[in-house]
Design a protein around this ligand. Structure first.
Ligand SMILES: Nc1ncnc2c1ncn2[C@@H]1O[C@H](COP(=O)(O)OP(=O)(O)OP(=O)(O)O)[C@@H](O)[C@H]1O
Ligand SMILES: [Mg+2]
Length: 394
C-alpha cells in the first residue's frame, strides 16, 4: 500500500501544488506539533516574504493524503478574517523518492505561549484587553461560520509584530450543526489539550458546541495574569478534580442534566460542598474586577450558561477605561521571535493555580507537560534573518 502510494505521488504532476524547493527556503524550525514540524521560511522569488511551513505527516498514512490534514485545509480555505491565520497555499518537496506536503501560512512573529513564558514581556491591562478582544473576534467569526476550533491554548494563538492576533492550528477543528430534529450529534470528546478541556468533554458529552472553545478562552485569559496554565491535570480524573476545586461542585443545581452525562457516575465527582472559588483564587493575580468577572463567566461549568463570543465582546471590560490598545508599541521593544517551542520554561517546571497560589510543579505534572509538548529536544536556534528577527532560546 505504502509503496503504491509513493509510486503514485512520484508520478503525479500536482499542477496546483508548487515544489517548495523552488519556492521557499527554510530559515529555522519554530514548532513541533503532533502532526509535524513547523518552519520559518523565506520566499525565493520575493525575499521580503516570510512564511511558516507546516509539514504534513505522512509516515503513518496507508490511504494517501491524511484526512486530518484535508479537514484542516478545507476549514482554513473557508475562513477569511483578520484574527484567523491565513493559509496561502499547499506546496511539496520531492527528496530521496519521498514527497512531502506543506501548508504555507503567513508568518507571525510570536505565539502567546512564547510571549507569556518570557518574563520581560509585560502586558498592560489595555494590552490584555486587546488580546482578549481579538480572541473573541476570531471565535465569534468561526462560531458564526459553524466551525469549532477544539484546541484553544496559548501555543495556538499567534501574534504578529504589529500586534495582530491570529487563531491558528485548525488540526482538530470541525464543522458543527444545530440539529432541528433534536437528535444529538455524536462528536468525539477526545479533543482539546487536557489543561484547557471543559468539564462537559471530561464528562463524556458528545453533543457539544461553541462553549468548548469559550472555556479554553477563559483559561487563556486567566493565564494572561498567572503566566502559566491555571489547571494542570495529569489525567482526565485529575483535571476534573482541579476544575471542581476551582469552579465548585458539578450537580443538577448548578448544571441541569449533568448527572445524565456518560461519565458522571464513572468518574469521582468533586464533593457537593466544593464551593466556587474562581474570583477568590484569581484576585491575587487579577486586580481588575471586571476582568475577574469576565473570566468567571467564561469558566461557568454549565456550557449552556457559559458566555458566548458575542456576549464576551460586549462585556463591560472591553468598553471601560483603560480601553483596549494596540500591542505594537510593546512588541517593538522585543527583537526576538517568541514561540512555545523555544521556551523551555513552558515545557518544564511550571506551576498551576492548584491550591490557591502558584506552586512548583510536581514531577508528574512535568511529565504530563512534556508528554503534551511531545518531548521536544531542547534545541538552540539562533538565526538572524533579513527581517531583523532573531530566533532564539530564552
Ligand atoms: N503561521 C505561523 N507563524 C508563526 N508560527 C507558527 C505559525 N503556525 C504555527 N506556528 C508555530 O508552530 C507551532 C505548531 O503549529 P500548529 O499548532 O499549527 O501545529 P500542530 O502540529 O497542530 O501543533 P500541536 O499538535 O502542538 O498543537 C505553533 O504553536 C506556533 O508556535
Ligand atoms: Mg498547535
Amino acid at each position: 500500500m505504502a509503496a503504491d502510494r509513493d509510486r503514485y505521488l512520484e508520478k503525479y504532476a500536482f499542477p496546483f501544488c508548487a515544489k517548495q524547493a523552488d519556492k521557499y527556503e527554510k530559515v529555522a524550525k519554530i514548532g513541533q506539533g503532533t502532526f509535524g514540524e513547523v518552519f520559518k521560511a523565506r520566499s525565493r522569488t520575493d525575499p521580503k516574504k516570510i512564511v511558516a511551513l507546516k509539514r504534513v505527516l505522512m509516515e503513518n498514512e496507508k490511504e494517501g493524503f491524511p484526512i486530518t490534514a484535508l479537514r484542516e485545509i478545507r476549514i482554513l480555505q473557508q475562513l477569511n478574517h483578520e484574527n484567523i491565520v491565513n493559509l496561502i497555499e499547499i506546496c511539496r518537496t520531492y527528496n530521496r523518492n519521498k514527497t512531502t506536503f506543506y501548508l504555507v501560512f503567513d508568518f507571525c512573529e510570536h505565539d502567546l505561549a512564547g510571549l507569556l513564558s518570557n518574563v520581560s514581556v509585560k502586558f498592560t491591562l489595555s494590552e490584555i484587553k486587546k488580546v482578549m478582544q481579538q480572541i473573541f473576534e476570531g471565535l465569534y467569526y468561526i462560531h458564526y461560520n459553524k466551525i469549532l476550533h477544539r484546541d484553544m491554548k496559548a501555543a495556538n494563538i499567534l501574534i504578529t509584530k504589529r500586534g495582530i492576533l491570529k487563531l491558528a492550528d485548525f488540526g482538530l477543528a470541525r464543522a458543527f450543526s444545530i440539529k432541528k430534529d433534536h437528535k444529538a450529534n455524536r462528536y468525539t470528546n477526545r479533543v482539546v489539550t487536557l489543561w484547557y478541556r471543559p468539564p462537559e468533554l471530561l464528562l463524556g458529552e458528545r453533543h457539544y458546541g461553541p462553549p468548548v472553545d469559550m472555556w479554553g478562552a477563559g483559561c487563556v485569559m486567566a493565564e494572561m495574569w498567572t503566566r502559566s496554565p491555571i489547571m494542570q491535570g495529569n489525567t482526565e480524573q485529575h483535571q476534573l478534580t482541579l476544575i471542581g476545586h476551582f469552579c465548585g461542585a458539578m450537580n443538577e443545581e448548578v448544571w441541569p442534566g449533568v448527572s445524565k452525562l456518560d461519565l458522571f457516575r464513572k468518574l469521582e465527582m468533586p464533593k457537593d460542598e466544593s464551593r466556587r472559588r474562581v474570583k477568590e483564587r484569581l484576585r491575587p493575580y487579577v486586580k481588575d474586577q471586571l476582568a475577574c468577572d469576565l473570566i468567571d463567566k467564561l469558566l461557568i461549568l454549565d456550557p449552556s450558561k457559559r458566555l458566548d463570543a458575542d456576549s464576551a465582546l460586549n462585556h463591560d471590560l472591553l468598553w471601560s477605561d483603560p480601553m483596549p490598545c494596540s500591542l505594537e508599541k510593546m512588541l517593538a521593544n522585543h527583537h526576538q521571535s517568541m514561540f512555545e517551542y523555544n521556551a523551555p520554561t513552558r515545557r518544564g517546571a511550571r506551576g498551576g493555580m492548584v491550591g490557591g497560589s502558584l506552586r512548583a510543579s510536581t514531577q508528574n505534572q512535568n511529565q504530563q507537560h512534556q508528554q503534551q509538548q511531545h518531548q521536544q529536544p531542547q534545541q538552540l536556534n539562533k538565526t538572524i534573518t533579513n527581517d531583523g528577527y532573531v530566533d532564539r532560546v530564552f
